[in-house]
Ligand binder design. Structure first.
Ligand SMILES: [Zn+2]
Ligand SMILES: [Zn+2]
Length: 434
């Protein structure tokens, strides 16, 4: 394992945060071997979204053994673990549990060899390529530290193992299953996500908008098919699609304010069967990312307008069909809460291990819990890339395997210790005795 001391930016830092302050963190070194075994078991046995049966049982069993009151099968395979410890605020800590349909190529001794049937019945490889195994282990580690340190805090901990984060509405399913009514309502909600922009051992935060809304748009463009040699008798939907795709680029570049981030990506285009046939229709699949709801509405309206106008300009026999499916909303990390937690982590880990990060256009459903409870929420970043690799890449995130990569390889010890410690520090900042 590369030493974290090899990174100049981190020179002089300890691998373990246990020496750096709160007595609650002291047991982390002795907990680590057990946490590592838990992590490697999760990594070796990933499960797809909405299929987290064994994973959720492992998380539930661990939390139950630590003395938490555990309810399972909340909104599918969701786990909720509650620990009441006197009068004080209620804090939700959440980890997601699902893995991705991807063949692991890390070569790790604990690499996944798992295949499973996806929801369409296809057999697919499965891998924890988004680090949700890191999140679960960090949560279980923090749960252990906080259970040992009950004399240092007051209030209620609500630990959530969330299924189906990867685009399958797991948070919404837990909320629809009565989460707010069945369990103590959180005053604050905190989560972490591993982040290839940081080396293992560091944490990062973003105040305000952190992740974007994500909408799917399907466009079917109708033409009039015919022989490829006789275009004069056809209306070619492939040409309309090509013009539509180019015109869509002007939404972000010409219609949208440069101060409001937005992405319009046409990720799939499907049409035609043979070179000498003009097809009847072409289908486009888009993903749309924005922060502000008003920008989201404007971009979606522009897509519809442009699709219709390009079809009309070509004399298409009918208007295109534009189907919009709203996905996750943007997450807004509460600035006051972010300031508070960033300060607490800086105190615990030192300033060089806590960095401010720019927002991203990926999306995530953690914010649903905070918004539903009307509670401030924060998702912070956890470094996972081995420090030596990060250093060799000069911090260029395109040169290290990132999230959803078949080669994504978190460095277990500094990542898991820092993840568990960071959640613990955050919890003690909210619930700690003054
Ligand atoms: Zn992911
Ligand atoms: Zn993820």
């Amino acid at each position: 394992m590369p030493s974290i001391l090899a990174v100049p930016a981190l020179a002089g830092l300890l691998l373990s945060p246990s020496a750096s302050g709160s007595p609650a963190l002291a047991p982390i070194d002795s907990l680590y071997p057990d946490l590592a075994a838990f992590y490697m078991d999760l990594h070796r046995n990933p499960e797809l979204s909405t299929h987290e049966e064994k994973t959720s049982k492992k998380v539930a069993d661990r939390l139950r053994a630590l003395g938490y009151e555990v309810t399972d099968h909340v909104g599918g395979f969701g786990v909720v673990a509650v620990m009441k410890n006197g009068k004080g605020p209620t804090l939700l800590l959440r980890a997601d549990m699902d893995a991705l349909p991807l063949a692991e190529k890390t070569g790790l001794p604990y690499a996944s060899q798992v295949t499973a049937k996806d929801d369409s019945g296809n057999v697919v490889p499965v891998m924890h390529a988004c680090g949700h195994d890191v999140h679960m282990t960090s949560l279980v580690g923090a749960a252990a530290l906080l259970a040992k340190a009950k004399n240092l805090w007051r209030g209620t901990l609500v630990l959530v193992g969330q299924p189906a984060e990867e685009g399958s509405d797991g948070a919404a399913a837990m909320l629809a299953d009565g989460f707010l009514a069945r369990f103590p309502k959180p005053d604050f909600a905190i989560a972490l996500h591993d982040d290839p922009r940081l080396p293992a051992g560091q944490v990062g935060y973003t105040s305000g908008f952190r992740s974007a809304s994500s909408d799917s748009v399907d466009i079917t463009i109708y033409g009039r098919g015919g022989h490829g040699s006789a275009p004069q008798y056809t209306v070619d939907p492939i040409v309309i699609a090509a013009r539509t795709i180019l015109a869509l680029q002007t939404i972000v570049s010409r219609e949208n304010s440069p101060f409001d981030p937005a992405v319009v990506t046409v990720g799939r285009i499907q049409g035609g069967t043979k070179r000498n046939i003009v097809p009847d229709e072409v289908r486009l699949e888009l993903t749309v990312r924005t922060y502000k709801p008003e920008v989201e509405e404007k971009v979606l309206a522009s897509i519809q307008r442009i699709a219709r106008a390009e079809a009309a300009a070509a004399g298409a026999p009918k208007e295109p069909l534009v189907k919009i499916s709203k996905g996750y909303a943007a997450n807004y990390d509460d600035p006051a809460l972010t300031r508070r937690i960033a300060a607490a982590m800086t105190k615990a880990f030192g300033a060089s291990r806590v960095v401010e990060l720019p927002p991203i256009m990926a999306s995530e459903d953690f914010g649903e819990f905070g918004r539903a409870a009307n509670a401030p929420y924060l998702e912070f970043s956890l470094g996972a890339t081995p420090a030596g690799k990060f250093e060799a890449a000069h911090g260029d995130p395109t040169k290290v395997p990132g999230l959803h990569s078949s080669e994504f390889t978190p460095d277990p010890e500094p990542t898991l210790k820092t993840g568990a410690a960071a959640l613990t520090v955050a919890a003690l900042e909210i619930l700690g005795k003054r």
